[in-house]
Design a protein around this ligand. Sequence first.
Ligand code: ACO
Ligand code: ZN
Length: 174
Amino acid sequence: MTTNKESELNNFNNTDIRSDIFIRRCSIDDLDGVVEVNERELPEDYPYFFYKSILDNFPETFLVALNKNGDIIAYIMWRVEKTPSIDSLRYVNKSHLVSIAVSEKYRRRRIATKLLIESMSAIKKYKILQYVLEVRVSNYTAIRLYEKLDFKIESIKKKYYRDGENAYFMVLNV
Ligand code: ACO
Ligand code: ZN
């Protein structure tokens, strides 16, 4: 049987990402480029030290995509969080998607899909039980992207964003 996720992965091998796009782990020298993409593409901005601490703590899962000039055109970052299990008797690891963005000009080439699949595979070494994320309820594009990878809406977080918009809390069990 082929699950959706597997077929995503298979499609992905005949990827329509052009060969002029290159994905690799983020390095400290890439952070300025990551901040630039974030500030251009998303209203949620973070201080430099925040990116740096994600990079220091979870370097395997912080990925960037570059164009042929070596400019950063997309990034993804996750953090692993320990949360109490349902019976509260122990802690379990969850992988929380902190942020993903692709520069507008490079969208719809499955760059985000590739970033998600590669980083989710890399983060498994932390023995996580779940991948989780929040997304604006109006962000249809991103919601579609996550649904294609089998994430499900689990709940709504009211007024999650500073401007008062609600978030969907989406979950994918490993
Ligand atoms: N309209 C409808 N569906 C879309 C669209 C669109 N414009 N773009 C992507 N999708 C869906 C499609 O189902 C698509 O699959 P398909 O092309 O096979 O139909 C699927 O998502 C995968 O698309 P990708 O090409 O992999 O996505 P892309 O590289 O364009 O990046 C992203 C998607 C990251 C959401 C991009 O639009 C973006 O950077 N948006 C602004 C930043 C943002 O919203 N980030 C997410 C915030 S939430 C968070 O970070 C936790
Ligand atoms: Zn979050």
